[in-house]
Design a protein around this ligand. Structure first.
Ligand code: CO
Length: 178
């Protein structure tokens, strides 16, 4: 099991804006490898650095491979920047490792063009749509301190008020114990 602790809603680190990565060193390789393990252990499809307490602009994604449940396509995305997006948005269900037991319909751009750096600092540009585009948008939100509960209607958020309060309170307890 991964030793990384995933930060839960109520932890102030999730609300901070992250800084650009400037050093593409061994430490970055180590941390992203640990994040991939933590993501898989926790059955997530994505994990952004702030979710493990690191305020830097990088994230990992493990896309399920159709027809092979045990396989994932792993992406390590550093300093992502959404350059273009479609006019049209689509609604889809999302969860978040920092918001246990919450799934909500969230509207996202259907397609995006994103520039990012890989683990060696090389730049890439990809155009993608659908589920992968959704996951990238969800994870890049984390780098701005934005969570999926910020992207739902006020009515839906008010229905979640009790659950969110419980998460915040559990969070306080964890911090007192730690
Ligand atoms: Co998330």
């Amino acid at each position: 099991m991964s030793k990384m602790k995933i930060r839960i809603y109520g932890d102030p680190v999730l609300r901070q804006v992250s800084e650009d990565v400037t050093e593409f060193d061994e430490e970055l390789q180590k941390v992203t490898t640990e994040m991939v393990a933590a993501m898989i252990d926790n059955e997530g499809v994505g994990l952004a650095a702030p979710q493990v307490g690191i305020l830097e602009r990088f994230l990992v994604i493990g896309l399920p491979v159709e027809g092979d449940e045990d396989k994932r396509r792993i992406f390590v995305i550093i300093n992502p920047e959404i350059l273009e997006h479609s006019e049209e948005s689509v609604i889809g269900e999302e969860g978040c490792l920092s918001l246990p037991d919450i799934t909500e319909d969230v509207s996202r751009y259907n397609s995006i063009k994103v520039r990012f750096q890989d683990i060696f600092g090389e730049f890439h540009e990809i155009a993608t749509e659908g589920y992968f585009a959704r996951v990238i948008q969800h994870e890049t939100d984390h780098l701005e301190g934005v969570l999926l509960v910020d992207r739902i209607s006020p009515l839906k958020r008010s229905l979640l008020r009790g659950k969110l309060k419980r998460l915040r309170e559990q969070q306080k307890e964890i911090n007192v114990k730690a």
